[in-house]
Unconditional design. Structure first.
Ligand code: PHE
Length: 461
């Protein structure tokens, strides 16, 4: 195995006290940095566009607050009480059981997601550089489509950009939890929020902006299918970084005095706000210039550049937009990367730098395959799906909801109510409303696992 080559100090770090984030703000921004990503700015708008706009958003918000938020509390609890990586936190809390396999599902999902994530992250870098150097100007509608198709299908440039992106993540993560993750999030997330607000204001000032808002917020349930409901659930899990251990790993670095309920609420609200704000950037602009809102995954890369091109100061707005995407991608990619790093550090005794490098290499290989599946390897299909689509389907539609369901079951049924309460109140040191605790526990025990199961089954029928 490759890791043996890297492994020198096997098991030497296992008993060391775990590092923690140094401030509450840093901790929240790191978790928000994980949550806010392509899911909010790229995936959410096109899923909403494809599934009836407002109707999808209502189901999405229900999934976020009734299922996602509760599942996040469970995931935070496991990490904070287990104080280890995604596999060993389960071992710590329930020794000699099979529960740690949930952690392995998470590791698998993490690596698969990164394989795709890094490809799309690379596109954002390319689009930022192209737009800020006036390279995306004055094409025709089909010219923008062609640009995207040609670029993503090419075998060389997208790979260079994905390698650059993965190495940036590697360099930042090699610096550790406090000076890597926490510092990067503290600098990048406020910038992201400010730039996003600037973009929202600009979009709302466009002619016909109201049409975009109507599309976004006026529900049309006739265009929502069961598949749309599953898409909303998968989107909630993906956007909140749930079900694969990103939040679990970050919460293993939370300080003892963290208030998990409050932190969860903050992260969930900020993440949902960013998704809605992204919709408010994109749809008013799309409608103002008569483009199609149902453009699917190409919305942000094929349709928007054309829309920006027609706007006054378009180069400025598009550069800001792609910069926001770059930041969002980077902080999310780092959290995915960290899940696997923490595992190799705790379990295999690798140094942080070596663990990070090892994963960087594996993800680059997957990323190359995923990128080539849009060009040279497009014919290589399984069940009609390309490599890129397979990675996305297995990770986002199967592993994340499944992981989230199992983590919820673990906390409610295996750890039980007493540990749940003592975890959320820090052994009675924080006052949390009793009814609230009961409601959340009830949701966790019955509603979350059942809802995930039902949505899963109906979508397969
Ligand atoms: N939440 C991230 C996004 O919205 C993606 C992600 C999923 C990150 C799972 C970590 C874990 O883009």
């Amino acid at each position: 195995m490759l890791f043996r080559i890297f492994a020198k100090k096997k098991n030497c770090m296992i008993n060391k006290k775990r590092v923690t984030f140094s401030s509450k703000l840093g901790m929240i921004l790191a978790a928000v940095g994980s949550a806010v990503g392509l899911g909010n700015i790229w995936r959410f708008p096109y899923e909403a566009g494809a599934n009836g706009g407002g109707a999808f958003i209502i189901v999405y918000i229900l999934c976020v607050f009734l299922i996602g938020m509760v599942a996040m509390i469970a995931e935070f609890l496991i990490g904070k009480m287990g104080r280890k990586n995604v596999v060993d936190s389960f071992n710590q809390l329930k020794p000699n059981s099979a529960w740690h396999y949930v952690g392995y599902i998470g590791l698998l999902a993490g690596v698969l997601i990164m394989g795709n994530y890094v490809v799309v992250s690379g596109w954002t870098l390319k689009y930022f550089l192209a737009s800020s150097t006036f390279g995306l100007q004055d094409l025709t509608v089909s010219g923008y489509e062609e640009f995207f198709i040609k670029y993503t299908a090419s075998s060389f440039e997208p790979i260079i950009y994905l390698v650059i992106f993965m190495f940036i993540s590697h360099l930042l993560l090699s610096r550790g939890v406090k000076t890597g993750i926490e510092k990067a999030s503290k600098i990048m997330m406020p910038i992201l929020f400010i730039l996003l607000l600037v973009l929202v204001i600009n979009s709302l000032l466009l002619p016909n902006a109201i049409k975009g808002l109507e599309f976004l917020f006026k529900p049309d349930f006739s265009s929502l299918s069961y598949q749309g409901v599953l898409a909303a659930l998968a989107q909630a899990f993906f956007s909140l970084s749930l079900g694969m251990g990103a939040m679990l790993t970050y919460s293993s670095y939370f300080r003892e005095d963290v208030n998990i309920m409050r932190t969860t609420a903050q992260v969930v609200v900020l993440d949902t706000m960013v998704a809605l704000l992204s919709g408010m950037v994109i749809f008013p602009a799309v409608f103002a210039y008569g483009a199609s809102p149902e453009a699917g995954p190409g919305l942000v890369f094929k349709v928007l550049p054309n829309v920006f091109n027609q706007m006054p100061l378009g180069v400025l707005w598009s550069s800001i937009f792609y910069l926001v995407l770059i930041i969002a991608c980077l902080t999310s990619l780092m959290s995915l990367h960290e899940v696997v790093i923490a595992y190799f550090m705790d379990k295999r005794g690798l140094s942080r730098r070596k663990a990070s490098l090892l994963i960087t290499i594996v993800v680059i290989v997957l990323g190359i395959l995923s990128s080539l599946s849009m060009g040279k390897l497009n014919d290589l299909r399984l069940f009609g799906k390309t490599f890129f689509d397979i990675l996305d389907f297995i990770s986002a539609s199967i592993c994340l909801p499944l992981g989230g369901m199992l983590m919820s079951i673990f906390v409610a049924w295996i750890l039980g109510k007493d540990k749940f309460v003592s975890g959320l109140t820090n052994d009675g040191k924080i006052v949390v409303n009793k009814t609230l605790l009961n409601v959340v526990f009830f949701l966790l025990k019955y509603i979350v696992p059942m809802a995930i199961l039902i949505i899963f089954i109906t979508s397969l029928l």
